[in-house]
Design a protein around this ligand. Structure first.
Ligand code: SER
Length: 327
């Protein structure tokens, strides 16, 4: 059977760190009018989000009727469901995390199933892993016993998505994102957020007080690879996929101290201090490096950026924004 085409795309969480850049990339690829961006509360940090295609605020994925209205209005056949509460925010508001991450996801899956949609992207995270998981080269199939509410919702979410593939033949795909580093929209509420904040502070104040210990190695990825991986998986041939909503995905891993040393190659006067808070326990429960061989074998995943290339590009992009008075 020929693959059905993705003609009308909806991005939820479009004002978020990944959603905002993903929307712009999808519009470049599939046409501005064909990619509808929706967010709940915050104004987009990227002006193009409003300028290059349809954009709606106040679309809360926990309200199924609102979601259905947008889906019907634009005849949506594909959803990138990026709306979620991340790990640190989820520990502060576990009930909210459950509501958004589970009930929101369930609404998206149900609307997609009822309307026989072509494809869905529902991201997972390295937060599905826990202290019992092997920390180095974490395998694709391994122990999933997370200790955060965010992780609990991501494990349940993966299972729910894979269930929809097997039970209803709905084409749901997803990856376990590592920490994502980017220069456009800042992240919010994550444990890996330090790796973005540090750049703003290095450029603006030459100092940063890090909320993780200097030796906390975590898997990370630069946004261009995140976008490429997301779109590549969604364009892969369904027949070549043995996994669906739970692909391990890796680029590089580093500790705060290693990131600081790399930044100091460009900004020798930069000083970092360390004051670990509650996020340290979350970081300690996650793996250090990830085995992503299933993604490589099944749909050709290969990241382009390593740590030095990411740092050079981040400093160039944010340095320019600083000079222009934008940050
Ligand atoms: N970046 C996310 C977080 O820190 C991980 O998925 O919560």
């Amino acid at each position: 059977m020929a693959a059905r085409e993705m003609n009308k795309i909806l991005v939820t969480g479009a004002c978020g760190q990944i959603g905002s850049e993903l929307t712009v990339a999808l519009r470049k690829r599939y046409g501005g009018e064909n990619v509808v961006a929706v967010g709940r509360m915050t104004e987009p940090t990227i002006p193009e989000l409003r300028e290059t295609g349809p954009f709606h605020m106040f679309v809360d994925v926990t309200e199924r009727s609102v979601l259905e209205m947008v889906v019907k209005k634009y005849n949506i056949d594909t959803i990138y469901h990026m709306a979620a509460i991340l790990s640190a925010a989820g520990e502060q508001h576990p009930q909210l995390a459950w509501n958004v991450n589970m009930n929101g996801l369930y609404n998206v899956l149900e609307v997609a199933r009822e309307r026989d949609m072509v494809r869905l992207f529902c991201p997972s995270s390295i937060a599905v892993f826990g202290p019992e998981t092997p920390q180095h080269d974490t395998p694709q199939e391994t122990v999933l016993l997370p200790k955060t509410m965010y992780g609990v919702t991501k494990v349940a979410g993966e299972l729910l998505c894979n269930y929809h593939v097997q039970r209803f033949g709905l084409d749901v795909r997803g990856v376990r994102y590592p920490g994502i580093i980017s220069s456009e929209t800042p992240p919010g509420g994550g444990t890996t957020d330090y790796a973005v904040e540090i750049f703003y502070e290095a450029i603006k104040h030459q100092r940063y007080d890090c909320f993780l210990r200097e030796d906390s190695v975590l898997p990370m990825m630069y946004m261009p690879d995140c976008i490429k991986g997301t779109i590549d998986l969604m364009e892969a041939d369904f027949a070549s996929l043995q996994h669906h909503a739970d692909f391990n995905l890796a680029a590089f891993s580093f500790s705060p101290a290693e990131l600081v040393a790399e930044i100091q190659k460009h900004l020798p006067g930069f000083v970092c201090t360390y004051a670990p808070d509650f996020r340290q326990a979350i970081a300690d429960s996650w793996p250090k490096t990830i085995d992503d061989s299933a993604a490589r074998a099944e749909w050709g995943w290969e990241p382009a950026y390593d740590l030095p290339a990411m740092v050079a590009d981040m400093l160039e992009k944010l340095g320019k924004k600083y000079e222009e008075g934008k940050i």
